[in-house]
Design a protein around this ligand. Sequence first.
Ligand SMILES: [Zn+2]
Length: 413
Amino acid sequence: MARQVKRAFRYRFYPTGEQAAELARTFGCVRLVYNKALEERTRAWYAERRRMSYVQTSAALTAWKQTPELGFLGEVSSVPLQQALRHLQTAFTNFFARRAKYPRFKARKKSRESAEYTGSAFRWRDGELMLAKMSEPLAIVWSRPLPDGAEPSTVTVSRDAAGRWFCSILCIDTVTRLDPVEQAVGVAAGLSSLVTLSTGEKIANPRHERRDRERLARAQRGLARKVPGSANRDKAKARVARIHARIADRRRDFLHKLSTRLVHENQVVVIEDLNVRNLVKNHSLARAVSDAAWRQLRMMLEYKAGWYGRELVVIDRWFPSSKTCSGCGTITEKLPLYVRVWECGCGARHDRDVNAAKNVLAAGLAVSACGAGVRPQRESSRTGQSVSKQETHGVTRGLPRPRAGEEVKGGLF
Ligand SMILES: [Zn+2]
């Protein structure tokens, strides 16, 4: 069965000098408008207990453009500025719904710079993309084709810290649902690998990652030695940014392949909702859970499962997946991080990560919508706890929660 989904296609492009200048100016205005609107909303709230709406910030923007100091805002395309206000609105909505922290100011250079153009601010014709206020189409490197007859709805242009330009083109694409399969898999963050599957398979970090990280460390040491403000420091900074960008690119490719594979092979994919911050605090894990890799993987699994008619189940982060015996369900008191293989009282011998992945799978199947139709890879891998009787969001209810602090010291999960 074919379905229509929104899908973003990202390409590099090489702007002309004129385009680069126009975009840099637009990025600056986007940041200014976002920060200024955030400031106003914050003041309205703290001084008057008043919530400003998107419409009110939009009216404020119109007023800013009339002033001599901010008149230059009227020189760039108005669409990216409006989009910045919409993004701020979303940030506030998430904040009020307690899904996110209070919105923060966009720092110059620190965050990736971007501008979002919707339909009225670009023209797509004969495979050429022309942005508002520009006289030539963008020189895009079409590393893969857009879907046939694609009609882009939004174009996001950005420049990363390494100075590379990208445009991300959102359009409607057709995806075909996969035939149902019986397989299900549990995915746990490994100590010795990036990801461990309940099948026992351990998936290492992308190739070159270790060498790239060594290069990064060397470049960072080099940067630290440079005199602030010197040309050499700028060069060293650019080198660090380039290596960062390469690591991120390789990881993204890798996670795309991994998530596609997991979704193709399995009807249900179960993953842990890891508190990445806690993990990264621990040095032995810092590399394994490289930065945002886990969150990125989860996001990819989410939308790909949606596309292909699969189910993704996310397990509560306090679920003691490592410490529970996947054979008999007993929870071990202590399991320090250095313990990679352990033996349960019942005689079962466990690889720490594989055991965790098996528990994740069992807990996920207990709450999965199609759990009944899916055979776990090993029936005895169910934890023996009465998790199956609990509802979707309370997977770990009834199981002991780790004490605060224990998390970081060693008794992870
Ligand atoms: Zn046991």
